[in-house]
Write a new protein. Sequence first.
Length: 152
Amino acid sequence: MNRYRMLYHLARIYWFIFRPKTWGVRCVIRHKGKVMLVKNSYSEKGWQFPGGGIHKNETPLGAVKRETMEETGLRINEIKLFGKLKNTEEFKKDTVYIFTAFADSPKTSIDNKEIIDARWVNINAPSVYVSFVSKLIIEKLATSLKPFLHFL
């Protein structure tokens, strides 16, 4: 079991017991008609949009820039808040800010520790298994040009 998977399982136990409030970000990054999805090493939930937790004293915008760079190596621009998800799927009270952005270049750089793969895919027909939350985001992008608030 890799370190990230072990820490993820320990975190799930903590979340189950204490039900903490957490905040995170996800980013739908576009480049030439495709979107970026990442596969992490610690979960079997499927491919996801890049993102992660918001650090103490960090803004959602700062977090999305940091997480995108850490997970994909991509520099993003035209960053816009698209919506917010309230999620209790993993026993925590999670608020996830969803952003859209464009990548300057398609070239990615992953660490092969937390993120084990990154791919540009067609948003309307991803060629990989996509997580439930990512499917929900794709549906919202396809059906709404307005920001949204969704509870899971």
